[in-house]
Design a protein around this ligand. Structure first.
Ligand code: PHE
Ligand code: ZN
Length: 884
């Protein structure tokens, strides 16, 4: 197919500029779900009201994967001449101004491998309606600006499906003939269809209660397989913490009597914020020390928070259309980031988030799939749940927060809810609330919503007597459909470190000193700032806390970076300059490769600085771990004109080996100390200190691996592990090694955890990340492993996505085997689950950054996907764009 061409059966590209408000509003929706083992009959009774007198017909979305049984208008069964059914719509002709339409449809949830609409997971029924899943349940104006009040009744076999849930508050329940029962639910808040959910299953429940700040009691329930309930306590604690945080920080309270969460093993994404009934991927609910890493625990907390925060930012106020997706996602990611920062460490959280932005969003913005935070056209909306909409979207909110200040931001949020509660609105409406609360003009700022691409800021310095003139120049590369860019409006936070390592605050003509640095506002393509009386030898600390999502270029020398590394008191800035230093150094090694050999070795000063960091006992161990974690191979590749996957792998490994050689004793010593401190603790703990010690010792394993005692230490680490953080850290290192113990340990891990799906995912992941020479062959063979599955998204991602996204060395194998492998899987998965297949396309599309030989191989693989039979719109859109 060709994205945008409407040959039969292919979706038309749609444009933001074509938006028109709904011709009919749905006011109340009554749904009856009559569930059988494999099929379901849905009766929907909807009252409609005409909004546009020019439209005599009612057009509803729906059709695929369901059967229309009957249509009834105001109590009269309609004959087939009264409506028209196409593949994707039902049009009821000449309807009155106000009427009730009752439609019966038959669904086949047991065959639904797309995991969209009504489907089965682990024998239980659940739904996924965002973005356009509701149209696979019944015919409806399936667009977010149609908001209605829903009443739901579910009927099912009582023994097989004792738990029956939907949105809102619980109503009547009771028994029915033939061993069946029913439950009714009523959601008083008008909502768009994408927030609808229904669940029927045999589930255990973990319950608790929360009292809101105005004294209302809320029942909290997490539903999961009985055997998994003991792993739900962390999620429950996170839920209560989220509820409290939103009250404290934004004054926002929960608004229903119950908050239900369901954990399912088959889910396309992380989780879903359905009103009063969140559905979660088990990965973001279940956590026990034995089966989940510290990072997993953090992710559970973050995603629980994220979905909870959607109750206001997304549900009470929703999106007018899907182009506005970042209205709810960017804002809610920002809110969950702030929540996690407040609960844990702000600096570490910021480092994680920036690392993710650079790893996932920057390449997207630099490639063929680049799009703005508010895209203005698409074929398949599912393809726009991206790092740009989510993570860059969150950065856009963060910049607003910085530009207008925390107080005005909070006032702006209040204004936003006062104006728009119960409405479906746009990103412009949000910005208007912020502008009105602060008095700051955000017109130019809003370019962040419409312009794609990552701007580059180039900072230069010039001395003028005692002053320093600091010039910031900005530019942004062309992206598809956007050849020219206008300058952005952005906050640029910076500091100065004096010649003796002390923080300085030189007056700045057009900058404002705040608690964490001097805030410069940039809006022209070139701006100069005068800092008064800056002593010779002072060094600027640039773009503190990463106040804008940009590439930063500067003229700092190696010596100045080393100076900042040891003196900057801003932890984020210290981490970032260390990454910069390491990146430049490793890339120097990459450049020196000739005939398969590096002509250079690691710079002595850099090695020494690394030693100083390793030996620093005063800093938080988790922070040391961040400092010594080298830029990933992918990250390094982004800074090259032409990515050299093998050389990057070799240079990075060489760097690790030289550090391990030069600082062998410190590394081992530090490692031992961390382990001793952990062993002295009475029991496993998730407190900050223990997590830090685990993080540091586990990061050190990567260096120890390269020493002569590597195998002993790593295998012992594995064998002594009493929690998944340690066990998985060792497994990852060992899986990628030539150690004797490797196969035995992989087998051991598999047998220990067989049946624990989320842990077996890790077993696949460790092998997908292996850089061993034979790794690709092993990965290809794992597709035939009995535990591999094309239908389970988590399993798919843990092998295929991790390989294609994170194993640069083998994905870019010179003979194209990595590309072929991915292309073949995409075609296969597409038949089962187009959304999951589409998410695998991006790595193949980034061919412009490789050499001509690989470019050709990558394009051949993309062509092969395009030429396969019956490819979905999801995959088709991305492949077509990737080839353009
Ligand atoms: N809206 C969900 C979230 O971000 C993500 C999601 C999108 C889930 C589409 C399922 C389908 O919280
Ligand atoms: Zn979200």
């Amino acid at each position: 197919m060709d994205a945008g061409l409407n040959t039969s059966g292919v979706k038309q590209e749609i444009f933001l500029k074509d938006y028109t408000s709904p011709a009919f509003m749905a006011e109340t929706v009554d749904l009856l779900f009559d569930l059988d083992e494999d099929t379901a009959i849905v009766t929907s009774r909807v009252t409609y009201k005409r909004m546009d007198s020019g439209q005599s017909n009612l057009v509803l979305n729906g059709g695929e994967f369901m059967k229309l049984l009957s249509v009834n208008l105001d109590g009269h069964l309609l004959g087939e001449d009264a409506y028209v059914v196409t593949e994707e719509t039902l049009t009821v002709k000449s309807v009155p101004d106000v009427f009730t339409l009752t439609i019966q449809t038959e669904l086949y949830p047991a065959d639904n491998t797309r995991l969209e609409g009504l489907y089965k997971s682990g024998g239980n029924f659940c739904t996924q309606c965002e973005a356009e899943g509701f149209r696979h349940i019944t015919y409806f104006p399936d667009r977010p600006d149609v908001m209605a009040v829903y009443t739901v009744r579910i009927e099912a076999d009582k023994a097989r499906y004792p738990i029956l849930l939907s949105n809102g508050n619980p109503g009547k329940t009771g028994d029915l003939p033939e061993g069946r029962h029913f439950a009714e639910w009523y959601d008083p808040y008008p909502k768009p269809s994408y927030l609808f959910a229904v669940v029927a299953g045999n589930l255990g429940v973990l319950s608790d209660t929360y009292k809101t700040k105005s004294g209302k009691r809320v029942d909290l329930n997490i539903y999961a397989a009985e055997a998994d309930l003991e792993k739900c306590h962390h999620a429950m604690a996170a839920l209560k913490a989220s509820m409290k945080w939103d009250e404290d920080v934004f004054g926002l309270e929960y608004d229903l009597d119950v908050y239900n969460i369901l954990a399912v093993g088959d889910f396309n994404m992380g989780a879903m914020e359905n009103k009063g009934l969140n559905v979660f991927n088990t990965k973001y609910v279940l956590a026990s020390p034995e089966t989940a890493t510290d990072a997993d625990f953090d992710h559970v907390e973050g995603v629980i928070g994220h979905e909870y925060f959607h109750n206001w930012t997304g549900n009470r106020v929703t999106c007018r259309d899907w182009f506005q997706l970042s209205l709810k996602e960017g804002l809610t990611v920002f809110r969950d980031q702030e929540f996690s920062s407040d609960l844990g460490s702000r600096a570490l959280k910021r480092i994680d988030d920036v690392r993710l932005l650079r790893a996932a969003q920057f390449p997207e913005d630099a490639g063929p799939l680049a799009h703005s935070v508010r895209p203005d056209h698409y074929v398949e909306i599912n393809n726009f749940y991206t790092a740009t909409v989510y993570n860059k979207g969150a950065e856009v909110i963060r910049m607003m927060h910085r530009l207008i200040g925390a107080q005005a931001f909070r006032k702006g949020m209040e204004l936003y809810f006062n104006r728009h509660d119960g409405q479906a609105v746009t990103c412009d409406d949000f910005a208007a609330a912020m502008q009105d609360s602060s008095g700051k003009n955000l017109d130019q700022f809003k370019l962040w919503y419409s312009q794609a691409g990552t701007p580059t800021l180039t900072v230069t310095r010039e001395r003028d007597g005692g002053d320093i003139l600091l010039t910031v120049h900005q530019s942004c590369p062309p992206t598809p459909g956007q050849p020219e860019k206008e300058p952005n409006h952005l906050p640029f936070l910076m500091g100065w470190i004096g010649p003796n390592g002390e923080p300085l605050e030189p007056a700045c003509s057009n900058g404002v000193w705040q608690e964490d640095g001097c805030l410069l506002e940039i809006s022209n393509s070139t701006e100069t700032f005068r800092f008064k009386d800056v002593p010779t030898g002072s060094v600027p600390s640039l773009l503190r806390t990463f106040t804008a999502p940009v590439h930063l270029k500067h003229d700092l020398s190696k010596e100045e970076k080393l100076f900042l590394m040891s003196h900057d008191r801003d932890p984020f800035a210290r981490w970032d300059i260390t990454q910069d230093l390491l990146r430049v150094e490793i890339l120097r090694l990459v450049d020196s490769y000739k005939d398969g050999k590096a002509q250079e070795t690691v710079d002595k000063d850099v090695l020494d600085a690394f030693g100083t960091v390793l030996a620093d006992e005063s800093a938080d161990p988790a922070f040391i771990a961040e400092l010594i974690l080298l830029p990933s191979e992918n990250d390094l590749g982004q800074y090259m004109d032409v990515i050299k996957p093998e050389e990057i792998y070799l240079a990075r490994t060489q760097f690790i080996s030289q550090v391990a050689d030069a600082h062998r004793d410190i590394v081992l010593e530090r490692y031992k100390k961390c382990r001793e401190m952990l062993e002295n603790q009475a029991q496993y703990s998730l407190d900050k200190n223990s997590k830090g010690l685990r993080r540091l010792s586990n990061t050190l394993l990567g260096f120890i691996k390269q020493t002569s005692s590597g195998e002993d230490v790593c295998c012992e680490h594995y064998n002594n592990a009493t929690n998944m953080t340690d066990q998985f850290a060792a497994l990852s290192v060992i899986a990628s090694s030539e150690f004797q113990c490797r196969n035995e340990i992989l087998a051991n891990f598999y047998h220990q955890w067989k049946g624990e799906d989320l842990v077996i995912d890790k077993w696949f992941m460790a092998q997908a990340m292996s850089r061993r020479d034979d790794a690709l062959e092993n990965i290809v063979n794992l597709i035939d492993h009995p535990d591999f599955s094309l239908t389970n998204p988590n399993r798919m991602r843990s092998l295929v996505m991790v390989f294609a996204g994170q194993n640069q060395r083998h994905f870019h194998a010179n003979d194209g085997r990595g590309y072929n492998f991915l292309a073949e899987i995409i075609v296969k998965v597409d038949k089962v689950n187009p959304q999951v297949a589409a998410r695998l396309v991006a790595p193949l599309g980034r061919w412009k950054k490789l050499d001509p030989h690989r470019q050709k191989l990558m394009k051949t693989s993309l062509d092969a996907i395009l030429n396969a039979k019956h490819i979905s719109d999801d995959v088709g859109e991305l492949v077509a764009k990737s080839l353009a």
